[in-house]
Design a protein around this ligand. Sequence first.
Ligand code: TYD
Length: 202
Amino acid sequence: MNSNYIAFEGIDGSGKTSLIENLSTILDSQNKKHIIVREPGGTSVGEGIRELLLSHDYQVNPLAEALLMSASRAQLIQETVIPTINNGQVVVTDRSAYSSVAYQGVGRGLGYQEIYQLNDLAIDGFWPEKVILLDIDPKISLSRQKIADRIGSGEVDFFQKVRSGYLKLADEFESQFLVLNATKSIDENVNSICNWLEIDNT
Ligand code: TYD
């Protein structure tokens, strides 16, 4: 395995969760110690922030949204991610700072570079080593979604922008990103992930 800090990214309804569960089962079968975390959230402070961010009860201004996302992330990185990796375990994360660049930077229009820099500060440069991006047309992913949170219930136009933000990141950080077609079968995508991360899945 060639990475200790792996992120899954993609627009709402892209199917990150099933792939993370599949990868976790494979890592367990190989006794590869790992934890799964999610953003926003993943710590008790972060889960409190998550509630503020995703509840339909609050209207959150875009800049406040970006700052709360990065606050949750700053806590997670220091409290969990860095200690776990230093302890020799793998961290698999359901979203990361790259979500903020795509959602708040490009989707909300706060600026790709600005939100990249804000997050670089929040995580002290500790970006995921490998990113699996599940790429999908928002018209398809939104129709797959069962219950949408406040951000996930945005318009198709918003998700088109988020998708373009993700594709720009994948282009800029080509060697760190694996872009998968999220409409392919889970088995096919799990195989691609294992090959790319050099995990023996035979
Ligand atoms: P998540 O729980 O992954 O939702 P889903 O499983 O539906 O994809 O993420 C929650 C929402 O928060 C999702 O709409 C994406 C959004 N989000 C951002 O806008 N910026 C961020 O930095 C993060 C981590 C999430």
